[in-house]
Ligand binder design. Structure first.
Ligand code: ADP
Ligand code: MG
Length: 657
């Protein structure tokens, strides 16, 4: 599909595919994350960001000072004077920046040195009117300008119509869909751009809430499974556990038990902080479901997590007749064939697995309960496919990112929510320090101390999305630095989102086996892996993360009775970060986050690149969310709207659901 775009060769195609851009529609829906509004500065003010054009006095020089980093300099004649310009990580433009070239730059002006440290550079002269320049999340190997050209080309080949119903478009006098996309990628003026952004946000929120409202309507009508379960048996099982359930865990179990014995369909979310003990609750749910006579399944987002659950479950159920299996990409064809046959015959009671469970050849004899761990990691569609394998199975989701109640009600309107708010007793809080880069020596010493005790360490570096982030250390660079410091005596591993799944799992497995002592990674480690020998986490540029994400990250350590430590390294926003030095309650932290930063980071999704909404932000656009929810509700329930649009929507959703 993408081959149709002019000037897009096989190499570029491959890069785009790596970023999950596989079709014309993917490109068209790759929205800018911000817009630069470019107007010539009337005067040059010391210390301020200025925009100015001029002509190069010399060919640009590039200095490559570290792997993946360069600094380019040239002199720029702006008529009244000559400025020294420096810009980071644009070395690839060197051959085009020759004496006499016209460019305009945006950057910080220093009067004393007559320099500009530029963040952006564009070819040509500045026009007299403001230019609005879309800025896309960086794709390594493709410039913002190239990307813009490809997207413009894709737009001419794109003929889809709006996903909003006509009545809604009329109600809000929205632009025609083509015009929306044009404005998003090639904005003409701020007013039209704002309207286009508003359209995209509304569309995302309307479709989302229509789905939620529809699911709720269906759920309210749909009969679920009824089970006869002997509660004393559940009690006995709970009493035999190696620990006592916390009161919140116990209440969760009660909620689930009530749902499962009642004939209406369960659709419940268990929210609880990292380490609060959601897993055991899900196992008890599977046990209750088993006693009721049904098969159950638990889906985890990674192989290693599925393995972890499987091992735990085997030991938990070892005195029972329950037959547990695991199905992942690693399962051999022969084993899989056996499992498929056994599931269909009802010889397996519980199957644990990854996405592999979604494969269409897997059928159950009587699936009664579907559980997804780390719920936010799965797309709605993936979850629905699994759900569809049972006649009307009950559904349980587990999520480690608690969200404040008002938002939860709007976002998860179709689900019931149980909370685990307290931690199991005896857990020591992770001792947390905020440190500046200049104190890095102390941090390295603390690391060495832990390593000498035989413990393991996570080192986390944020994933860099924007271009020209000269101040930020990349994960590769951090790996090299850490290797210099510790490589002689300790093994290091590197983990980042661009690696293949298999490679990631291998590294994670090695860390689990203590074959690696220091794991340098982006936030991919966030998902619930339990390495209890890891006692320290060091997070660089931590101002880049939401507090909830940081809190989740530090939840990777402190998993036993050893003292454990979290170092937050940052030269900025230390006041915000200090909240974590003495707050350990995930709910409080998420409230703070919400107050301070909006929702994107709260979900920890901005880093994973898997945002629920590309443009809308549930905090900033909360009024729009409420409006969209009202509209979609009336759309579902008002007989005037019982039209093709709705029928098609429902049909499409039923196929998935
Ligand atoms: P999460 O909620 O992040 O998925 P887990 O379910 O992995 O957390 O639990 C973290 C650890 O706490 C596990 O090792 C588990 O065995 C232990 N745990 C769970 N519940 C209790 C409890 N009530 N008392 C003591 N330890 C518990
Ligand atoms: Mg978990």
């Amino acid at each position: 599909m993408l081959e149709k775009i002019k000037g897009l060769g096989p190499k570029t195609l491959k890069i785009l595919n790596n970023y999950n851009l596989n079709s014309i529609s993917d490109l068209v829906n790759y929205y800018p994350y911000k817009y630069n509004i470019i107007v010539r500065s009337k005067e040059l003010i010391d210390g301020e960001i200025i925009t100015i054009d001029g002509i190069l006095e010399n060919n640009a020089n590039v200095f490559y000072f570290k792997k993946y980093k360069d600094r380019m300099t040239f002199r720029l004649n702006i008529g009244s004077k000559i400025l020294n310009v420096a810009i980071f990580n644009r070395g690839y433009l060197k051959s085009k920046l020759l004496t006499g070239t016209s460019v305009y730059i945006i950057g910080k002006y220093d009067r004393k040195k007559e320099t500009v440290t530029a963040t952006d550079i564009y070819f040509g002269k500045l026009p007299s009117y403001p230019i609005i320049e879309p800025v896309y999340h960086a794709i390594h190997g493709i410039s913002n300008k190239q990307l813009k050209t490809f997207i413009s080309e894709a737009l001419t080949l794109y003929h889809e119509s709006s996903l909003l119903p006509k009545e809604i478009i009329d109600k809000y006098h929205f632009f025609e869909y083509r015009k929306v996309l044009q404005e998003i990628h090639n904005p003409h003026n701020e007013k039209d751009l704002q309207e286009a952004i508003n359209y995209i946000k509304y569309e995302e929120l309307f479709l989302f809430t229509l789905k939620i409202n529809y699911l709720k309507q269906v759920k309210d009508k749909m009969p679920g499974l009824k089970r006869e379960v002997d509660y004393p048996k559940v009690e006995t099982f709970i009493n035999k556990l190696p620990f006592t359930l916390t009161p919140d865990q116990y209440n969760c179990v009660k909620d689930i038990y009530d749902d499962l014995i009642n004939p209406s369909r369960m659709n419940r979310l268990v929210q609880g902080d990292v380490g609060s003990g959601k897993t055991i609750v899900s196992f008890i749910a599977l046990y209750i479901n088993y006693l009721g006579g049904y098969q159950g399944t638990l889906m985890a987002p990674t192989e290693i997590l599925a393995q972890q659950h499987y091992q735990n479950m085997l030991s938990l159920f070892k005195d029972t007749d329950i037959k547990v299996s695991i199905l992942t990409r690693k399962t051999t064809a022969k084993e899989k064939k056996q499992i498929v046959a056994d599931l269909e015959k009802g010889n397996i009671d519980i199957v644990i697995g990854t996405h592999a469970l979604l494969s269409s050849d897997i059928k159950f004899s009587n699936l009664g309960l579907v559980i997804t761990d780390e719920q936010h990691r799965f797309g709605v569609n993936q979850r629905s496919i699994l759900k569809n394998k049972g006649l009307m199975p009950d559904i349980l989701y587990m999520s480690a990112t608690p969200i404040p109640r008002t938002y939860a009600l709007t976002l998860y309107g179709d689900m019931d929510v149980s909370n685990i708010k307290t931690m199991p007793s005896g857990r020591k809080p992770v001792i947390t320090y905020v440190k500046q880069n200049k104190d890095i020596k102390d941090v390295l010493e603390a690391m060495l101390l832990e390593l000498k005790k035989g413990h393991q360490i996570y080192v986390v570096v944020p994933m860099i999305l924007e271009q020209a982030d000269s101040d930020y250390t990349s994960v590769n660079e951090m790996y090299e630095n850490m290797h210099k410091a510790f490589g002689k005596y300790y093994q290091l591993g590197l983990l980042h989102g661009k690696m293949k799944n298999q490679e990631k799992e291998d590294v994670m497995q090695k860390f689990k086996n203590n074959e690696i002592q220091i794991l340098v990674s982006t936030t991919v480690i966030e998902v619930g892996v339990d390495v209890s020998n890891a006692t320290m986490i060091v997070i660089f540029n931590s101002e880049r993360f939401g507090l909830s994400t940081l809190h989740q990250l530090r939840g990777r350590v402190g998993r036993n009775d050893l003292d454990s430590y979290c170092y937050l390294i940052s030269d900025m926003e230390t006041k915000r970060l200090r909240i974590l030095e003495n707050t350990y309650d995930g709910y409080k932290i998420s409230e703070e986050d919400f107050k301070l930063r909006g929702s994107g980071d709260l979900f920890g999704l901005r880093q994973s690149g898997d945002m629920i909404f590309k443009m809308a932000d549930i905090k900033m656009d909360f009024h729009l969310l409420k409006q969209a929810k009202e509209d979609s509700f009336s759309y579902l329930h008002n007989p005037n709207y019982q039209n093709d649009y709705l029928q098609n929507f429902i049909k499409q959703y039923q196929q998935l659901d």
